[in-house]
Design a protein around this ligand. Structure first.
Ligand code: FAD
Length: 545
């Protein structure tokens, strides 16, 4: 039977960081990935990581401290954040960045001025600094392995960093035509592709094998200690024995309908992650008595479903920056606004889960994004570039009344909501939901006027008008096995389950219901991968000594 020091299950950023960290401690490592390609949702992502007090902030003279970071997280906790995990994340994040930069091809740079997601809370950073990303990475460096990384539809293989996008800067760095050609020739990729490409290159350099189409099914436990994993590979079942430990990095359970219904606190119909994230790690842990935590939470994300997805299914788009732009509102079936449309996507989940206790329903689902012609001309919409017509799946009508009738919104409600919104926009104050008061809202709005209320406030007064239904989605779930501060999984009876670690969306998140800032999900995943991988390797060394 095959045996290694450390087996890592799942090849997203959490899993690959665990593999590198374990190898850095001298361990032999095998990574098993269920999908046909590697990288998971991490490879589809924006690739930003949120690391308070990071070395790049210090180098740029931006102040931060352990105390500020912990104050910030605790101010958002609602008693759901385990202080020991928050401390482990804040204490070891900068160390993980330094170790990856010194020991692997992974490098980071600031995404300049990107505000935290609740920047006005105590310890928050309205001027940014905690969000990092990788510089572009040439996929030519992966040689024969370059096609092994999965590519998502939101960011694709774009040769652009966040810093060069409207999200990252008020005035994005201009890329010359010559430079664009060079980037295409080198197959340079940014965002999550750069992050996973660099982590993957680190694995290749170290000879770490990543076996795709290998689904972990069951943990092998002997005398209370995890000693191996049963897998299903392309050639049938096989078993891997481990000396140090197993690191679970199998992502969340967002694609498993039964688990979603069993655990999440409210409706979530449109996950945007890789569909192989079906909660396998969670069920493997439940089977051996792991303690669970944070089960009702996800990284919530409003989503828009367009035609053209795989196997006749819809293509699910994140719906983030669009909501923050002027000349738009979101309304429920009564035609009423129900929240600050420009709020961060994770916090927005709470607006979807609000209940009307008299009617005993979710009044804000379904809901619609409504915008006018000037919005479309200025910003485009999903697949339509600015100035282009809207796609034919977007409902269009000459008047707000007609639009409302077509999609099923109360027309009187919509008309009076838009009339009130237009008055408030003219005054520059959203007296109802405070849109535009936070540095967050004005950063995500119109890139030309970043930082001003006008970046997000603006009247809907120029027909035709448009509407699209917005769904309750998620980047991934964030509940699972509880761990200690080094990522060791805990048993329901309180002890550590010897030889078992968890990192990323499979684990009970160190962030509770919170999303600290851009990069708030990948960062804790990678930090706990780093800690767990390292500890599993040490464990294996101790045993063989
Ligand atoms: C478009 C988009 C943009 C985003 N941008 C950002 C961003 O900029 N910053 C940020 O912090 N977050 C971002 N996110 C969210 C982020 O991508 C995820 O939260 C993160 O990738 C989760 O990492 P993970 O390692 O836990 O899981 P994943 O990266 O999803 O990896 C889990 C892997 O485990 C595999 N697996 C599942 N079951 C098994 C099994 N039984 N055996 C073996 N393998 C298994 C899966 O196939 C998958 O490859 C974004 C998400 C999307 C979709």
């Amino acid at each position: 039977m095959e045996s290694v020091d450390v087996a890592v299950l799942g090849s997203g950023a959490s899993g690959l960081t665990a593999a590198l960290a374990a190898h850095g401690q001298g361990a032999s490592v095998l990574v098993c990935e269920k999908g046909e390609q590697l990288g998971g949702t991490s490879a589809w992502s924006g690739g930003m990581i949120w690391i308070p007090n990071n070395p790049h902030m210090r180098a740029a003279g931006i102040e931060d401290s352990r105390e500020d970071a912990l104050t910030y997280l605790s101010s958002l906790s609602h008693d759901l954040i385990d202080p020991a995990l928050a401390e482990a994340f804040v204490d070891h994040g900068p160390e993980m960045v330094q170790w990856l930069e010194a020991s692997t091809p992974v490098q980071f740079q600031l995404v300049p001025e990107f505000p935290d997601y609740h920047p006005e809370f105590p310890g928050g950073k309205p001027g940014g600094g905690r969000s990092l990303e990788c510089p572009l990475f040439s996929y030519d460096e992966l040689g024969e392995h370059k096609h092994r990384v999965t590519v998502g539809h939101n960011y694709g293989t774009a040769p652009i960093t966040m810093e060069e996008s409207h999200l990252g800067r008020a005035v994005p760095v201009q890329v010359t035509a010559d430079e664009r050609v060079r980037r295409a020739e080198r197959d340079d990729r940014g965002c999550g592709q750069a992050l996973i490409g660099r982590l993957f290159k680190g694995c290749i350099d170290r000879g770490i094998e990543i076996r795709t189409q290998c689904r972990a099914l069951e943990l092998v436990v002997d005398s209370g200690r995890v000693r191996g994993v049963r897998m299903l590979g392309p050639d049938g079942p096989f078993e891997v024995k481990v000396r140090g430990g197993v690191v679970l990095a199998t992502g969340g359970f967002e694609w498993n309908r039964d688990l979603v219904r069993a655990f999440l606190r409210g409706p979530m119909t449109s996950p945007v992650s890789v569909p192989t994230n079906e909660g396998d790690g969670l069920t493997m842990c439940m089977r051996i008595g792991a303690a669970l935590g944070n089960m009702r939470e996800a990284w919530w994300m409003p989503a828009v479903e367009a035609p053209g997805g795989p196997d006749g299914r819809p293509q699910i788009h994140l719906f983030a920056a669009e909501r923050a732009r002027p000349r738009s509102v979101m309304v429920n079936r009564y035609g009423r606004r129900f929240t600050n449309e420009a709020a961060n996507y994770n916090a927005f989940g709470a607006a979807f889960h609000e209940q009307d206790v008299a009617r005993f329903d979710y009044p804000n689902l379904p809901c619609w994004f409504v915008f006018d012609q000037k919005h479309l001309d200025a910003y485009g919409f999903i697949d339509s570039a600015p100035g282009a017509p809207a796609a034919n799946w977007v409902t269009k009508a000459a008047s707000l009344r007609e639009l409302a009738v077509r999609v099923g919104i109360d027309p009187d409600g919509l008309q009076s909501t838009v009339a009130r919104w237009n008055q408030m926009a003219a005054r520059g104050v959203d007296a109802d939901f405070h849109r535009g008061e936070s540095a967050h809202d004005t950063w995500w709005g119109d890139p030309q006027v970043k930082g001003c209320p006008q970046a997000t406030l603006g009247a809907l007064d120029t027909g035709p008008f448009y509407a699209v239904e917005v769904k309750s989605g998620a980047l991934g779930t964030k509940g699972g096995p509880r761990t200690d501060g080094v990522g060791r999984v805990l048993h329901v009876d309180g002890d550590v389950i010897d030889g078992l670690y968890a990192a990323g969306n499979v684990m009970a998140s160190a962030m509770g219901m919170t999303y600290g800032g851009a990069g708030g999900t990948l960062a804790p995943g990678m930090v706990f991968g780093f800690l767990g991988g390292r500890d599993a390797a040490r464990r294996s060394r101790q045993d063989s000594a």
